[in-house]
Each structure stands twice: as C-alpha cells, then as structure tokens.
Design a protein around this ligand. Sequence first.
Ligand code: NOJ
Length: 591
Amino acid sequence: MSSTPVKPPNEIHRAWWKESSVYQIWPASYKDSNDDGIGDIPGIVSKLDYIRDLGVDIVWLCPSYKSPQVDMGYDIADYYSIAEEYGTVADVEKLIQGCHERGMKLLMDLVVNHTSDQHDWFKKSRSSKDSEFRDWYVWRPPRYDENGNRQPPNNWVSHFQGSAWEFDEPTGEYYLHLYAVEQPDLNWENPAVRKAVHDIVRFWLDKGADGFRMDVINFISKDQGFPDAPNQDPDAIWQWGDRYYANGPRLHEYLQGIGKILKEYDAFSVGEMPFVKDTDEVLKAVRYDRNEINMIFNFEHVDIDHAPWGNKFKPGSWKLTDLKAFFERWQVFMYNNGGWNALYWENHDQPRSIDRYVNPPQALRPAAGKMLATVLALHAGSPFIYQGQEIGMGNVPIEWDMGEYKDIDCLNHWKGLLEHKPTDTEAQKIARQEYQKKSRDNARTPVQWSAEPNGGFTGPNVKPWMSVNPEYTRVNAADQVKDPQSLYHYWSEVLKLRKTYLDIFVYGNYKLVDRDNQEVYAYTRAYDTSQALVLANWTDNDLAWDAAAHNVDQVKEVLLDTYGTAGASRERFSGGQWTLRPYEAVVILLK
Ligand code: NOJ
C-alpha cells in the first residue's frame, strides 16, 4: 500500500525526552556491593555499562533518601540525605557522573504528596497545635457520632487499608494519610510547603540530576471541603478517589510551580497519576505548551486484571481487545492533541509482564518477552523498562509462603483478611493466589545477575533482604549478556530500531489494525510517506494472519523479527497470507 503522506501534529514538538527510553532501578534489589544483603548505590554504579549497553538514555532511581522504609523509601525522612543502607549523597553524585560519562541521564524520585512521620517537619507539626509546622500537614478535629464516640473527620480509606485518618492523642486531632499511617500527607495549600518542595527540586538538579519521576503527583491538590465519600468500601476506593483527593482544583497551578523550575534546567519529568480517566485533565498536565510535566503514567492497562472497581486482590479477567483498546485510545489522543505517553508494562508496583500479560509455557518465555518488548517500545511514547524486565524475570513462585512477602500493601491486605474473615479459608486461598499474581513483591525480588548462589545479587553466604527468585539458575543477566539471541540483546535491538526510524516510531501516527482479533495485536506507525507495521502473535500456537485483508501486505523490508535475523524470515512475509510462530512479533517496513 503506498500511503498518503501523514503530517504529524507532533512534528513541530520534537524533544530529546520524547526520543529517550528509561531504565528504572529499585535500589534495595539491584546489586549489593557490601554484602549486607541490601542493594546500594555503589552496586548500581558497578552495573552502568550493562545498563548503557541495553541502549537506554535515562536511569530512574527509585527513592533512595533517608527513610524508615515502612513503604520502601516512599516514606522520606530527609530529602537531602541518602539512606545509610544505600550509601551517601557523594555516591549519588558518582552515579550521576557515571551516567553522564556514558551519555545517560539520571532521574530522582520526587515523593511530595506525603513524607515519613519521622521527617522533622512532621515531628514538629505534631508537637503542638501552635507549631509553625502545624499547617504543613492536613490536621482536622474529630467528628462525634450520635453516641458521642469519636470519629475521623471523614470516611476516606487509605490505600493500605483502614481509615485514611490517624488520631494523635497529645493534640486531639487527626492527620490525613492516604497511604500508611507513617506517611502523613503534606498540605500543599500552604505556600511554605510548596517553597520547601521547590528547594528540594533545585537541590537535586543542582547536583546534576536530570529530572524527576513524581509520585502520585495528582494527589497534591485535594478538595478542601474534605467531604465524605459515598461509601467506605475499600474495594471502591477507585470510584471516588478522583473526586476528592486526586486532580483537585489547584493541581495545575502546583504543577506549573514545579514545571517552571524544570524548564530552567531543561529537565525531564514523568508524573504518576492514578485515577485519571478524563483525557482533558491529562492533557492539561502534559500538553507540550503547558510547562507542567512531560508525560504521565496511566493505570488502565495495569489495572486490567483487577476485579471491577479496581479491587486488586480479587480475580479479574481481560481480553486482548481490552488491552488494544487502551493503547488505541491514548495513542491516538496524545498524537492528535500534542501530548505524550509514558509506555510501560512493569514497575516496582506491578507484577512481571510475562506472567501478567502472557503466562506462556516455560520454553516460550523468552519468545513472549521479546514479543512484549516489541509491542511496547514501538508505540508512540517514551518506553520505560523496569529492572529485570530486560532479562524476562518472572513472578515469585506459587509455593512461596507469606513469610517471603515483604510489601506493606500485600501484608496489610492479608492482615485485614485474617482479622475480618478468620475462618474463610476459601477467601484466604484466593487472596494467596492473587498475591502471587499481583503483589508488588513480584517486582521486588533481587535482580538475577548470574547462576551463582543468591543469583549473584549479594555474597553467597549472605541472607538477602528478600529471597531471590529460584528461577535465577535459568534466567540471569550473565547468561543473557553472553547470548546474542537473548532477550537482553533483543531489547537493545528494539531500542536501536526505534531510534534508527525515529520519525516513524517516535513521531509517527498510530493506527490499530484488525481491531477485533483476540490473538493478534497489529498496528501501523506512519510518518510522511514511510509506514511500518508492528505485528504480534499473542498465542502459543502457529497462527495464520491475512495481511492482505488489512491492506498491509506490501512488504518493503522486514526490520526485526523476534525469531531471528530479518533476512531469514523475509519469504514468510510475502504474499497476502502470513504465518506467525508462537509469540512471534515482527516489524515490517511497508511500501
Ligand atoms: C506510588 C508508588 O509507586 C508506591 O510504590 C508507593 O507505595 C505509593 N505511591 C505511596 O508513595
């Protein structure tokens, strides 16, 4: 098919960050350099060549600041120092330098919806109602029911179970914590809080950091009426979160305050934004001329296997067409409106993608990993790869008992279940199955560096803070670096291809092909008169696909094939009827 020239609206908004891809690091589980069983910054520095060779442009370091680690560093006690177990500020400076020397940038994690209750600001805030820091957090007096019993100011529930309010005996008021009790929410209405955040942003940019990933950034502006939610069902948190504590009236004003500083430094930004279904709201945050943030993490495709209303630990089901619908919606929307997508399958809060989106037989896991890499990275947007994804690490074993799980989200859910349904063994069994599928622990097992004991993450006789997934003898970085056919090398090929055909894969448009097919995901990307097809078999069977029926059978060149060199597969993609091997993905330049 010779295509009609496509003139992309994004053409005029070229930017280095659109062309970049990002590699995310969870410091506790990356690489332990001092045999204390916990990953650390020097460990990360020792792996920078491995990261560079993958072909990414940016490294995102998850929170590494001083923290009691109730929520693995998302509870910050001091934004200006590094957790002792991870290293020092000087180590981070070395990391920044090491990235820069290799042509990569470094992102810090900005967690400013809340702090740790061990932060000095909070300690002072809770010390007295007259403290100059009182108004840095959200304090409200109790309500009383008809029997005179003390109740929280409203019925909101925390993301980690229970009320979102904690009573503080000495001053007789409640403080808000949308996450753990130990994570009090900051009061962004207070200009002193905003100024303090701006100072933190400048501090790290002045140290050479190149930008930020911003934690739950759309929660910073909340409905100041703090109204009751329609119900208090924790399963229904997703129904009302957006109405009351997400995307509040001053969100864009606050984002522009940070955005102004980021612009001065030409820094990168990606915001985590749960509960955004409203495309206009997203666009206000990410459109190129708004100077707020570059892109956001959307949640629809990672909530795909949750039960209705976002109930994560209840079984949910999905179809390939649901996933395709998500991508189509956001791909087309951003392209037409001057916004930008962050592309991800995995992060530190999500299970492993091969298990979530495919779940193939053992022998086909590498093939499935390559297929997912192709499909994700050639969409329009900036691809994010989470540590271990590049080698196809899997979820924790089904046999693991609760003692192996470490994450507060999962453990609080389990505690709640045992409290409220102590005899319901069926509910407990289902929850256990769902933890193995969806717990954040799946992402947090140590990186499998080699087939050595402990997967080479730490010394052979050390007990790592979290057990290494026993698959490390089969799935590890050392083997994959040596094997040119490995998933690790395949990722680098995909990222290279994305840059070689920059106009098509970064700036081109997106069109979903064969919409209703439940076995194949196919889309085209086009720029001017060039057009490419990305085609993926989502099944573990050989599959016939009628390329002619979709008007994409005019092959100019096979650019990439998950099953090996493009030349070898060339003849399989001539004529109108094609055959795809199990989980095969192929990238074809069309005439
Ligand atoms: C989102 C982070 O990704 C998650 O890990 C954390 O628990 C919450 N925000 C609270 O900071």
